[in-house]
Design a protein around this ligand. Sequence first.
Ligand code: MF3
Ligand code: CO
Length: 241
Amino acid sequence: MKESCKRLEYVHDQLGEIIRPGISTYEINKIGDRLIREQGGIPNFLNYNGYPASICVSVNDEVVHGIPKKERLLEEGDIVSLDAGLIYKGYHSDAARTYPVGKISEEHQKLIDVTRQSFFEGIKFAREGNHLHDISNAIDDYVTSFGFGIVQDLVGHGIGTSLHEDPQIPNFRQKKRGLKLRAGMTLAIEPMINLGGWEVEWLDDDWTVVTQDGTYSAHYENTILITTGDPEILTLNSYEK
Ligand code: MF3
Ligand code: CO
């Protein structure tokens, strides 16, 4: 898992450098696919339930699973979420980042920052002996304090020799405590946060998830390892921590 995640971290770092007005979402996917393969990885999203690309590129009101297109060019003021994953020696990794394109509004930067920080608020509770939904509740408390909408139709997940394993990891408040966390578990925690309401809908392409009210949405995800102490963030560079 660590080797797989390290390679994905490199892919994300490289992709972060190419985001600029004028680049197409198609080009971002093409470069991401190449980076994954150069690392000895296999893109795990490509052909997953028929998904047609290696990187999900979701712009503005697109929440997740945007399909890269030649004619979709990023513009100054956009925000773009890149979700990427790979398989290395049979082990999956999964991570997402949201970037500003050129200069963006203050409220959209706030949305990106709160989404990212909500992940860190959540994993404060990602410790052996705690319960899964301690993470969910912490994310909810933090995001709700800013009045943003938390996507409920999609959730985080266990990850390992498959991309999606049990348990599901909601980013919103839960009534039950959820399972007990144990050292050795690997989890993909991925808050998806909307500037407006939490409601989402699917476009006719059957993939792209968009906000119902048209407000912008941000996504932040890492694959983490539960230990007997602090959790390890496997898809994050030491300088970003
Ligand atoms: N990162 C996404 C997730 O966590 C995976 C993309 S789904 C795919 O579930 F179909 F596009 F691969
Ligand atoms: Co995921």
